[in-house]
Write a protein that binds this ligand. Structure first.
Ligand code: NAP
Length: 299
């Protein structure tokens, strides 16, 4: 069986079109534009690429976008002062501080300093708690929310299914678990979470109807680790050497794509799967923050 390819790029474009329409309506009715501030400390090349693509996407959707580049030597107190200024700025509805931060800055302190009403990454414990208890007026973390959206818009209902997540990070694995297990439409799965201390991961993945791989290890999930007809969502992004590529490298996920696609019923590619959804959900969160700040129901 050849799997259906879940086209994250197309679904993200659909979500983005809807976000842009809602933003245009907000501007027409209230004269406000959603505003996002993206803060980059240092010049990590991968972070620069991410920040530029978020800035570009915000512009395309009709948002105000503020890109703040700070030198790598920026002190924690200077960054906290900058965040306090953005917290007060009524034109800024969402604040994102690109990680990783330089080692001398405490990521935890920075996350706590962002006003939860502007925490569009959903990293603040206040919003993480709301997500966990299923409060609908908070934010949802962008990557796992993107996965939920991919499932929903591909007609895959997790209700009553066994979902196995590999990875338990705070930004992907743990919130993915909380979202899939939620007592709610589009969720209601039975969830197992595997990690580096799980013995015999294949014995869990072989039972899974839905597998979410979020590990950061190229080609980790092989065809012998899945049951026929499983849905496979690949969150991983890994750069591996490729002599045939112009750059000498290429991006792959955590899934041995070609072989797993022969056995799965649906699969996300890398690139073009989960990746575009993450930015789409970030923009949706920023729109939601703007709607809430203006006393409107959140989309
Ligand atoms: P992370 O913080 O490094 O967490 C990796 C998780 O995988 C940890 O829970 C770790 O277990 C587990 N793990 C590592 N090696 C393992 C192994 N051999 N067997 C079983 N579990 C193992 O990574 P992350 O931030 O969650 O990201 C995971 C991947 O997704 C990365 O490739 C990242 O680039 C990608 N990502 C993509 C997007 C996107 O938009 N597409 C967004 C975020 C992340 P322990 O907890 O036991 O250490």
């Amino acid at each position: 069986m050849a799997a259906k390819i879940i086209d994250g790029k197309a679904i993200a474009e659909q979500v983005n079109r809807e976000t842009a329409e809602l933003a245009a309506k907000l501007f027409a009715e209230r004269g406000v534009k959603p505003g996002i501030a993206v803060v980059l400390v240092g010049s990590d090349p991968a972070s620069q690429v991410y920040v530029n693509s978020k800035d570009r996407k915000a512009g395309e959707l009709g948002f105000n976008s503020l890109k703040i580049d700070l030198p790598a030597a920026t002190s924690q107190i200077t960054l906290l002062t900058e965040i306090a200024r953005l917290n007060r700025d009524p034109q800024v509805h969402g604040i994102l501080v690109q990680s990783p931060l330089p080692k001398h800055i405490s990521e935890k302190e920075i996350i706590l300093a962002i006003d939860p009403a502007k925490d569009v990454d959903c990293f603040h414990p206040y919003n993480v708690g709301k997500m966990l208890i299923g409060e609908p007026d908070g934010f949802l973390p962008c990557t796992p929310w993107g996965v939920m959206m991919l499932l929903e818009r591909s007609g895959i209902n997790p209700a009553g299914k066994h979902a196995v997540i590999i990875g338990r990070s705070n930004i992907v694995g743990k919130p993915m678990m909380a979202m899939l297990v939620q007592k709610a439409k589009g969720a209601d799965a039975t969830v197992t979470v595997c990690h580096s201390r799980t013995p015999d991961i294949a014995s869990f993945t072989r039972q899974a109807d839905i597998i979410v791989a979020a590990i950061g290890k190229a080609n980790f999930l092989t065809a012998d680790m899945i049951k026929p007809g499983a849905v496979v969502i690949d969150v991983g992004i890994n750069r591996i050497p490729d002599a045939a590529a112009k750059s000498g490298t290429r991006l792959v996920g955590d899934v041995d794509y070609a072989a797993v696609a022969e056995k799965a019923s649906a699969i996300t590619p890398v690139p073009g799967g989960v990746g575009p959804m993450t930015i789409a959900m970030l923009m949706r969160n920023t729109l939601r923050a703007c709607q809430k700040a203006n006393g409107l129901p959140m989309a």
